[in-house]
Write a protein that binds this ligand. Structure first.
Ligand code: ZN
Length: 135
């Protein structure tokens, strides 16, 4: 994931949303970063600070939070977190770099099935936007 492209998508996404509903500025914006996504948080924060001034509305602040990766087994219904499984650093890194490979390396810790869904921890989402009107 390219942090600069991501930052651009976030600030423009927020700006368009705020204007679309008749707001004039954004207060606090909360963005979640999935655990399975390889994002350099410092680079992203820097990029956001730089790009925030390029959009036509004022965005007061963007808070980044992490979304934990969770999986749900389709065979037995067990739900587990990435933290719970022991993986080598190489595999952990591979998963962060290409989240799609997760099924190659992980199986349900309870029944061993590889048929499970990724419940959370993927992608980057704008969770909330505080919209400021008439300013
Ligand atoms: Zn299972």
């Amino acid at each position: 994931m390219h942090e600069w492209a991501l930052a651009e998508a976030i600030v423009w996404g927020v700006a368009e949303y705020v204007r679309g509903i008749g707001g004039s500025a954004a207060g606090k914006v909360v963005v979640s970063l999935g655990e399975l996504q390889a994002i350099d948080r410092e680079v992203l924060e820097f990029a956001l600070k730089e790009l925030i001034s390029e959009v036509p509305i004022k965005i007061r602040g963007i808070e980044l939070i992490s979304e934990e990766a969770r999986f749900k087994c389709r065979s037995c219904g067990y739900v587990w977190r990435l933290k719970e499984v022991s993986l080598s650093d190489e595999i952990r890194e591979a998963i962060h770099f290409v989240p799609e490979v997760v099924h190659t390396f992980l199986k349900c810790p309870k029944c061993g099935s590889r048929d499970y869904e990724v419940v959370s921890g993927r992608g980057v989402k704008i969770i909330s936007v505080e919209v400021v009107r008439d300013e």
